[in-house]
Design a protein around this ligand. Structure first.
Ligand SMILES: *[C@@H]1O[C@H](CO)[C@@H](O)[C@H](O)[C@H]1NC(C)=O
Ligand SMILES: *[C@@H]1O[C@H](CO)[C@@H](O)[C@H](O)[C@H]1NC(C)=O
Ligand SMILES: *[C@@H]1O[C@H](CO)[C@@H](O)[C@H](O)[C@H]1NC(C)=O
Ligand SMILES: *[C@@H]1O[C@H](CO)[C@@H](O)[C@H](O)[C@H]1NC(C)=O
Ligand SMILES: *[C@@H]1O[C@H](CO)[C@@H](O)[C@H](O)[C@H]1NC(C)=O
Ligand SMILES: *[C@@H]1O[C@H](CO)[C@@H](O)[C@H](O)[C@H]1NC(C)=O
Ligand SMILES: *[C@@H]1O[C@H](CO)[C@@H](O)[C@H](O)[C@H]1NC(C)=O
Length: 844
């Protein structure tokens, strides 16, 4: 029966084999219309194709094997040890002719030497000095990875297929996570946290191919590709492990949740994978992020509220909009400029009639609470002989070309365009320099850039709105092999440009739509062109959680849906949860009605102001989390299972999120919701409700239906924590950054609270270059009525003070309400008088 189905599908597929480039196939393609998937998905192991291995040699760097099968295919296998419980596996043809990915790994991984423990006709076992062991079963090939003698991960040699013709270099392999309870990862998909079972063929495999859907609504709750690709899977369980596939070609991944395996079908490039042996989820994530790099800190303003629209078309519109934020008392840090600020959509130009004096405008923006503008800047260049950038790129061969070497041309925003070939280092440098103040009239109030349409996207549905895979990059590399890093290379170049522009002083800010593993070193990311529906709001939470597990922490969704006309109810609910995602931006398509927060009724305005205010008041907490993320790679927002891996009750809950470990926010994602179910993790702790009218406390280990209404979206503080906050909200982050803080101390049952705080100059690289920052532990005990503030890191903190205006002690009452005792450091209660707490303790 099964055989019959397979034959049937193959037969049908065979009739459309040439259809990959066929206009008749509706966009987007899927597994039945993309040969990579339909040809390989059903190829089950068979004796002719499965590989046997022969041990060839071993040295400090690793082990080499030769592989062969009955069909006469020959391959080489390399297995190397990488420090910190990792292995690297590379399988390729003996002449190593496939494209080798560059730019993705932050540095060469530090290897550990492997010692061969046993070797006979059936297997070879080798181990490092840290409890990691690899056992290679030779006939047929299976590669088993152990940590402390527990088998965690298996690379299944019987599912390796390597196609190797001029046209087709697709390959497959499979990996099994032996101890896993569930699989997670494979960002970016509009999907839940746990990867779903696709191996019953009821749904397509997960697809990673940076894709823009244009005005077609991207599907939610699917495995379809999106703008970004991070080919990492974590097998979460009692022992967690993971795999990072170091390859930027398009791929489909079949997930089998019965046996916790993933079958990769990859369009080209080299089979190069890192095995991450955890053993905790936290370890596994750190092992992955360490390979592709941690970001630098954003400037503080980037954590404030961003207002975007397609488009603020004139200087007057910019000034009036910013003016209204002040008039109606809303905070704002960034106003965004969509494609209309340019002259004819030629990037790095201003429209001379609507933005006659950009420098004067930027100076004005800076004078309004040091706010910023961020303009869009796409990787395509208008074909236009009057446009210097076009001429320069043409002359210097900086464009992606057809196979015959002439620049590829297709339609995008400006009409006919060509695409900068960011694989070419000279093109990257040229493009970087376009950001210099002398090349694009601007000032530091132009806070950063928005790299959009960089999947890359063009308007023709042929080739699924992107460059044909046989177009050619620098070094004779086919687009097929680098499709998923194109956007990352643009951000790398933009980042270099911003570093040069500001002489390495200011931390660059770049928002990118397309993404790959490693992009986090240059840019942050949002979920692209979503729609104004409750389901879009709903999926923004698990999408952000997954992004945070794969190193793409500075992530969020456009509020309240870019396309469409969100209802006022949805708008309110979206601000309430959007304020708790790392990137906090509102956006609107050009057809949407104007909807800045000041355009609504007084009642709605009050609710939006409250949600935005919560964001600004918690900036010290956010900034500390961002700092910790840059040091560790740990997620900023977290699913419950990350902090409570033992607690199965939390595994499937992805409509609530932890911000760090001390704040819990529940999302309300249905219209007219009257209650939401919230699960409180941690048996021995309590959660203090800090939004809404009642000061209630909930005990961990319970699920509670909490009544909600339009005005209330539940947020809780964890007992035993200290949350640093700002006492007031003014125009922008700059306006409040020097205000003293409040310390909210949520006492645990022993009467203690712990927290951390990080301070620096909020904008420069002095924190990394000169160690100028303060990172301190906060510890309070009620018994001694003492707060200890202890620097954790030996940094130069002479210029930083922790200025606390008041301590707020949260105490649980017997009826599960709580009271707050405020210890005001200011004698008359109004003056923002401060004390420096560092290395002192305060007796209360
Ligand atoms: C794949 O696309 C084809 C052609 O548009 C369509 O008929 C089919 O239903 C799609 N399959 C899935 C699983 O979406
Ligand atoms: C293994 O193979 C690689 C590449 O083919 C080679 O560079 C390396 O020297 C080999 N190592 C050993 C131990 O033979
Ligand atoms: C997502 O799809 C699955 C079936 O694949 C379904 O069970 C689930 O209810 C859907 N979730 C939502 C939120 O639509
Ligand atoms: C800005 O200009 C574009 C293009 O002309 C137009 O589509 C859009 O509606 C304008 N935006 C506003 C807010 O007027
Ligand atoms: C400049 O902007 C105006 C109005 O916003 C528009 O009509 C005009 O076409 C633009 N000019 C160019 C060269 O883009
Ligand atoms: C809304 O609030 C403003 C400012 O407080 C006030 O002037 C105005 O009268 C209010 N509008 C309504 C309809 O209540
Ligand atoms: C620490 O920073 C201060 C203020 O910037 C500076 O004066 C001092 O020299 C620095 N100390 C060290 C040891 O670098």
């Amino acid at each position: 029966m099964f055989k019959y189905i397979v034959v049937g599908i193959l037969f049908w597929a065979a009739t459309i084999v040439v259809a990959d480039k066929n206009l008749d196939i509706p966009f987007p393609y899927n597994c039945s219309t993309r040969s990579l998937c339909y040809e390989l998905r059903f190829r089950l192991p068979n004796e002719n194709e499965e590989y046997n291995a022969k041990f060839e040699s071993a040295n400090e760097n690793g082990l080499n094997f030769s592989l062969s099968n009955l069909k006469g295919n020959e391959l080489t296998l390399f297995i190397g040890g990488v420090e910190n419980n990792r292995f690297r596996v590379i399988i390729e043809e003996p002449d190593h002719h496939r494209y080798k990915l560059e730019h993705v790994l932050e540095k060469d991984p530090v290897t550990t030497s492997l010692k061969v423990d046993e070797s006979d006709d059936s297997s070879v076992a080798a181990s490092d000095d840290f409890g990691n062991k690899v056992v290679v079963r030779l006939q047929p090939l299976f590669i088993e990875f152990y940590h402390n003698d527990v088998l965690e991960t298996v690379l299944e040699g019987n599912r390796i297929i390597m196609q190797d013709t001029e046209e087709n270099q697709a390959f497959t392999f499979s990996v099994r996570f032996v101890d896993a309870d569930r699989l997670m990862g494979l960002h970016e998909h509009a999907d839940d946290l746990a990867l779903r079972h696709t191996a019953d063929y009821s749904i397509d495999p997960y697809r990673l191919r940076n894709t823009d859907y244009g005005t077609t609504k991207y599907d939610l709750n699917t495995t379809e590709s999106m703008y970004g690709s991070v080919p990492v899977i974590y097998g979460f369980g009692e022992k967690s492990s993971g795999i990072f596939v170091h390859n930027a070609a398009e791929m489909f991944i079949e997930i089998n949740n019965d046996r916790k395996s993933a079958y990769f079908m990859v369009d080209g490039g080299t089979l190069d994978a890192f095995i991450l042996l955890g053993p905790t989820l936290k370890d596994t994530i750190r092992q992955y992020v360490d390979l592709t790099g941690k970001p630098h800190l954003p400037q503080l303003w980037a954590l404030g509220y961003h207002q975007c629209r397609w488009a603020y078309n004139t200087t007057e519109d910019v000034m009036e909009t910013i003016g209204n934020f002040d008039k109606y008392d809303f905070p704002l840090d960034v106003l965004w400029l969509d494609i209309e600020y340019t002259s004819d959509r030629r990037w790095f130009t201003w429209n001379a009639s609507s933005f006659p004096d950009p420098v004067e405008m930027l100076n004005w923006v800076d004078s309004q609470g040091h706010r910023k503008l961020v303009p869009i800047s796409d990787p395509h260049i208008k074909v236009d002989l009057d446009y210097d950038i076009y001429n320069d790129c043409l002359e210097n061969n900086y464009f992606v070309t057809y196979e015959n070497g002439t620049p590829f041309v297709a339609e995008c925003w400006p009409g006919d365009t060509s695409w900068v070939d960011f694989l070419n280092p000279a093109a990257r440098d040229y493009y970087a320099n376009l950001h210099l103040y002398e090349n694009f009239p601007s000032t530091p109030a132009l806070g950063g850039y928005w790299n959009d349409m960089n999947e890359p996207t063009l308007f023709d549905n042929l080739y699924e709105r992107t460059l044909p895979f046989d177009t050619v990059h620098y070094g004779n590399v086919k687009h097929r092999d680098v499709h998923n890093i194109y956007g990352m290379l643009q951000t790398m170049s933009t980042h270099k440009g911003l570093m040069a522009r500001d002489k390495g002083r200011l931390r660059p800010f770049i928002l990118s739509r397309a993404y790959f593993a490693g992009s986090q070193r240059y840019a942050n990311k949002w979920s692209g062109d979503n729609w104004g529906y409750f389901d879009d709001l709903r999926f923004s939470v698990p999408m952000t959680l997954t992004s945070n597990l794969v190193g793409v922490a500075f992530y969020g969704a456009d509020i309240p849906g870019f396309f469409g006309t969100a209802t006022e109810e949805l708008l309110i609910k979206w601000y309430q949860i959007g304020a708790w995602l790392p990137f906090f931006r509102a956006h609107a398509a050009n057809g949407s009605p104007r909807r800045e927060p000041f355009r609504f009724s007084n009642e709605t305005q009050a609710l939006l102001r409250e949600a935005m205010g919560l964001r600004y008041k918690h900036l010290p907490y956010w900034y500390t989390l961002f700092y910790e993320h840059t040091e560790t790679g740990d997620p900023i927002v977290r699913p419950l299972l990350y902090e409570y891996p033992e607690d199965k009750n939390g595994y499937d809950l992805t409509d609530q999120l932890l911000i760090g470990k001390n704040i819990l926010a529940a999302s309300v994602y249905t219209s007219e919701a009257s209650s939401v179910s919230v699960y409180f993790p941690g048996e021995n702790q309590y959660w203090y409700q800090v939004t809404g009218d009642v000061a209630k406390v909930y005990k961990g280990g319970n699920s509670v239906d909490i009544s909600v209404d339009l005005s209330f979206s539940p947020v809780f503080y964890r007992s035993g924590s200290i949350i640093p906050k700002k006492p007031r909200v003014l125009r922008s982050t700059a306006d409040i950054k020097d205000d003293p803080i409040e310390l909210h101390i949520i006492l645990d049952e022993e009467g203690s609270g712990f927290g951390r705080i990080y301070l620096d100059d909020y904008e420069s690289f002095d924190y990394t270059n000169e160690d100028k920052y303060l990172y301190a532990a906060l510890e309070y005990t009620d018994k001694l009525k003492t707060l200890y503030v202890t620097p954790i890191v030996d940094s130069n903190y002479t210029s930083f003070e922790i200025k606390a205006q008041s301590l707020h002690l949260y105490r649980r009452n017997d009826d599960d309400t709580y009271t707050i005792e405020v210890v005001d450091q200011t004698k008359d209660g109004t003056d923002l008088k401060t004390i420096n707490l560092v290395n002192t303790f305060v007796e209360l």
